[in-house]
Design a binder for this molecule. Structure first.
Ligand code: APR
Length: 190
Protein backbone atom coordinates (compact mmCIF):
# COMPACT_ATOMS: atom_id res chain seq x y z
CA UNK A 1 0.00 0.00 0.00
CA UNK A 2 1.59 3.30 -1.03
CA UNK A 3 -1.44 5.59 -1.11
CA UNK A 4 -3.99 6.49 1.57
CA UNK A 5 -6.72 9.06 1.46
CA UNK A 6 -8.58 10.52 4.44
CA UNK A 7 -11.59 12.84 4.47
CA UNK A 8 -11.28 15.95 6.60
CA UNK A 9 -14.88 17.06 6.13
CA UNK A 10 -15.01 17.67 2.37
CA UNK A 11 -11.26 18.13 1.69
CA UNK A 12 -8.93 15.14 1.43
CA UNK A 13 -5.61 14.48 3.06
CA UNK A 14 -3.60 12.09 0.93
CA UNK A 15 -0.45 10.26 1.99
CA UNK A 16 1.58 8.84 -0.86
CA UNK A 17 5.04 7.49 -1.59
CA UNK A 18 6.50 9.32 -4.54
CA UNK A 19 8.49 12.09 -6.12
CA UNK A 20 7.27 15.63 -5.47
CA UNK A 21 8.35 16.77 -8.95
CA UNK A 22 5.87 14.38 -10.58
CA UNK A 23 2.78 15.46 -8.64
CA UNK A 24 -0.05 16.85 -10.70
CA UNK A 25 -1.48 19.33 -8.20
CA UNK A 26 -1.94 23.09 -8.70
CA UNK A 27 1.06 23.68 -6.46
CA UNK A 28 3.92 21.70 -5.02
CA UNK A 29 5.85 22.88 -1.99
CA UNK A 30 9.61 23.24 -2.01
CA UNK A 31 11.66 22.58 1.15
CA UNK A 32 13.85 25.58 0.40
CA UNK A 33 16.69 27.50 2.08
CA UNK A 34 16.64 31.16 3.17
CA UNK A 35 18.22 32.28 -0.12
CA UNK A 36 15.75 30.27 -2.23
CA UNK A 37 18.83 28.89 -4.02
CA UNK A 38 18.55 25.48 -5.75
CA UNK A 39 20.45 23.32 -3.17
CA UNK A 40 20.13 19.50 -2.94
CA UNK A 41 17.29 17.19 -1.83
CA UNK A 42 13.76 18.22 -2.78
CA UNK A 43 14.88 21.69 -3.78
CA UNK A 44 17.56 20.41 -6.17
CA UNK A 45 15.06 18.01 -7.75
CA UNK A 46 12.43 20.73 -8.20
CA UNK A 47 14.89 23.19 -9.79
CA UNK A 48 16.25 20.49 -12.11
CA UNK A 49 12.81 19.62 -13.46
CA UNK A 50 11.44 23.18 -13.49
CA UNK A 51 14.47 24.50 -15.41
CA UNK A 52 16.63 27.63 -15.02
CA UNK A 53 13.77 30.13 -15.17
CA UNK A 54 12.70 29.03 -11.69
CA UNK A 55 16.00 30.18 -10.19
CA UNK A 56 15.74 33.43 -12.20
CA UNK A 57 12.37 34.13 -10.57
CA UNK A 58 13.58 33.04 -7.11
CA UNK A 59 16.51 35.49 -7.28
CA UNK A 60 14.06 38.38 -7.45
CA UNK A 61 12.14 37.43 -4.31
CA UNK A 62 14.66 38.64 -1.72
CA UNK A 63 14.97 35.28 0.04
CA UNK A 64 12.52 33.76 2.51
CA UNK A 65 12.58 33.75 6.32
CA UNK A 66 12.32 30.45 8.18
CA UNK A 67 8.65 29.52 8.56
CA UNK A 68 7.51 31.84 5.76
CA UNK A 69 6.48 31.00 2.20
CA UNK A 70 6.77 32.54 -1.27
CA UNK A 71 5.12 31.70 -4.58
CA UNK A 72 6.59 31.21 -8.06
CA UNK A 73 5.46 29.65 -11.30
CA UNK A 74 6.17 25.95 -11.90
CA UNK A 75 7.78 26.32 -15.36
CA UNK A 76 8.49 22.80 -16.71
CA UNK A 77 6.93 21.05 -13.71
CA UNK A 78 3.50 19.45 -14.03
CA UNK A 79 2.41 21.74 -11.16
CA UNK A 80 1.40 25.28 -12.13
CA UNK A 81 2.98 26.86 -9.03
CA UNK A 82 5.77 26.23 -6.56
CA UNK A 83 5.32 27.38 -2.97
CA UNK A 84 8.78 27.80 -1.47
CA UNK A 85 8.94 27.49 2.29
CA UNK A 86 11.85 27.22 4.68
CA UNK A 87 11.65 24.73 7.53
CA UNK A 88 13.88 24.95 10.61
CA UNK A 89 17.30 23.35 10.88
CA UNK A 90 16.62 20.93 13.76
CA UNK A 91 18.07 22.16 17.06
CA UNK A 92 15.88 20.32 19.60
CA UNK A 93 14.58 23.67 20.93
CA UNK A 94 10.88 24.60 21.24
CA UNK A 95 11.16 27.13 18.42
CA UNK A 96 11.65 24.27 15.92
CA UNK A 97 8.00 23.24 16.36
CA UNK A 98 6.74 26.78 15.89
CA UNK A 99 8.84 27.29 12.76
CA UNK A 100 7.87 23.96 11.23
CA UNK A 101 4.14 24.54 11.90
CA UNK A 102 4.50 28.04 10.40
CA UNK A 103 6.11 26.60 7.26
CA UNK A 104 3.06 24.36 6.67
CA UNK A 105 0.48 26.98 7.69
CA UNK A 106 2.00 29.83 5.69
CA UNK A 107 2.27 27.58 2.62
CA UNK A 108 -1.42 26.71 2.91
CA UNK A 109 -2.36 30.36 3.47
CA UNK A 110 -0.47 31.35 0.35
CA UNK A 111 -2.33 28.65 -1.57
CA UNK A 112 -5.65 29.91 -0.23
CA UNK A 113 -4.79 33.53 -1.14
CA UNK A 114 -4.12 32.45 -4.76
CA UNK A 115 -7.14 30.20 -5.06
CA UNK A 116 -4.89 27.14 -5.35
CA UNK A 117 -7.08 24.12 -4.62
CA UNK A 118 -4.57 21.29 -4.41
CA UNK A 119 -1.13 21.25 -2.83
CA UNK A 120 1.60 18.59 -2.51
CA UNK A 121 4.05 18.81 0.39
CA UNK A 122 7.33 16.96 0.89
CA UNK A 123 8.36 16.13 4.45
CA UNK A 124 9.81 19.54 5.26
CA UNK A 125 13.03 19.68 7.33
CA UNK A 126 13.46 15.90 7.72
CA UNK A 127 16.30 15.58 5.18
CA UNK A 128 19.34 17.86 5.21
CA UNK A 129 17.82 19.92 8.09
CA UNK A 130 17.75 16.83 10.35
CA UNK A 131 14.28 17.01 11.95
CA UNK A 132 13.28 13.59 13.38
CA UNK A 133 10.54 12.19 11.14
CA UNK A 134 8.09 11.14 13.87
CA UNK A 135 8.12 14.57 15.55
CA UNK A 136 7.94 16.35 12.20
CA UNK A 137 5.01 14.18 11.07
CA UNK A 138 3.00 15.17 14.15
CA UNK A 139 3.46 18.86 13.40
CA UNK A 140 2.85 18.45 9.66
CA UNK A 141 -0.32 16.37 10.01
CA UNK A 142 -1.87 18.37 12.86
CA UNK A 143 -1.24 21.68 11.08
CA UNK A 144 -2.70 20.41 7.80
CA UNK A 145 -5.80 18.91 9.48
CA UNK A 146 -6.50 22.08 11.48
CA UNK A 147 -6.11 24.19 8.36
CA UNK A 148 -8.43 22.04 6.25
CA UNK A 149 -11.03 22.05 9.01
CA UNK A 150 -10.94 25.83 9.03
CA UNK A 151 -10.56 26.42 5.27
CA UNK A 152 -12.28 23.68 3.25
CA UNK A 153 -11.75 25.70 0.04
CA UNK A 154 -8.48 23.78 -0.37
CA UNK A 155 -9.73 20.50 -1.78
CA UNK A 156 -6.68 18.25 -1.58
CA UNK A 157 -3.44 18.19 0.35
CA UNK A 158 -0.92 15.49 -0.49
CA UNK A 159 1.99 14.55 1.72
CA UNK A 160 4.50 13.03 -0.66
CA UNK A 161 6.90 10.76 1.20
CA UNK A 162 10.07 9.67 -0.50
CA UNK A 163 10.32 6.18 1.01
CA UNK A 164 8.28 3.47 2.74
CA UNK A 165 9.84 4.17 6.14
CA UNK A 166 8.70 7.82 6.20
CA UNK A 167 5.33 6.86 4.71
CA UNK A 168 4.74 4.36 7.54
CA UNK A 169 5.54 6.99 10.16
CA UNK A 170 3.19 9.56 8.58
CA UNK A 171 0.39 6.99 8.23
CA UNK A 172 0.66 6.01 11.89
CA UNK A 173 0.60 9.68 12.96
CA UNK A 174 -2.37 10.51 10.72
CA UNK A 175 -4.40 7.51 11.92
CA UNK A 176 -3.73 8.34 15.56
CA UNK A 177 -4.79 11.96 15.13
CA UNK A 178 -7.86 11.23 13.01
CA UNK A 179 -9.12 8.58 15.44
CA UNK A 180 -8.66 11.01 18.34
CA UNK A 181 -10.65 13.66 16.48
CA UNK A 182 -13.41 11.18 15.60
CA UNK A 183 -12.66 11.58 11.87
CA UNK A 184 -11.69 7.93 11.46
CA UNK A 185 -13.23 4.89 13.11
CA UNK A 186 -10.68 2.29 14.28
CA UNK A 187 -12.61 -0.52 12.54
CA UNK A 188 -12.31 1.21 9.13
CA UNK A 189 -8.52 1.26 9.28
CA UNK A 190 -6.66 0.02 6.27
N1 APR B 1 10.25 13.99 -3.69
C1 APR B 1 9.75 13.89 -2.43
N2 APR B 1 10.54 13.89 -1.32
C2 APR B 1 11.87 13.98 -1.51
C3 APR B 1 12.46 14.11 -2.79
C4 APR B 1 11.59 14.10 -3.92
N3 APR B 1 12.05 14.22 -5.16
N4 APR B 1 13.82 14.19 -2.63
C5 APR B 1 14.06 14.12 -1.30
N5 APR B 1 12.89 13.99 -0.62
C6 APR B 1 12.65 13.89 0.84
C7 APR B 1 13.85 13.57 1.70
O1 APR B 1 14.02 12.17 1.74
C8 APR B 1 13.43 14.13 3.04
O2 APR B 1 12.64 13.18 3.73
O3 APR B 1 12.23 15.17 1.32
C9 APR B 1 12.54 15.31 2.71
C10 APR B 1 13.15 16.68 2.93
O4 APR B 1 14.50 16.66 2.56
P1 APR B 1 15.37 17.89 2.06
O5 APR B 1 15.13 18.15 0.63
O6 APR B 1 16.77 17.65 2.50
O7 APR B 1 14.73 19.18 2.86
P2 APR B 1 15.10 19.81 4.29
O8 APR B 1 15.45 18.79 5.30
O9 APR B 1 13.95 20.74 4.57
O10 APR B 1 16.42 20.63 4.02
C11 APR B 1 16.38 21.82 3.29
O11 APR B 1 18.09 21.19 1.76
O12 APR B 1 18.14 21.16 -0.55
C12 APR B 1 18.48 21.87 0.57
O13 APR B 1 18.31 24.10 -0.20
C13 APR B 1 17.72 23.16 0.65
O14 APR B 1 19.15 23.99 2.33
C14 APR B 1 17.87 23.46 2.10
C15 APR B 1 17.77 22.12 2.77
Amino acid sequence: MDYLEYKIGVPRLILIIGDITKQVTYAIVNAANNELAPGGGVSGAIHRVAGPLLWEECKKLGGCLTGEAKLTKGYNLPAKFVIHTVGPVYSGKPKDKVNLANAYRNSLELALDHNIKSVSFPSISTGIYGYPVKEASEIAISTIIEFLEEYPKIERVRMVLHNMEDFTVYVSTARGMLIKKGLLKPETLV
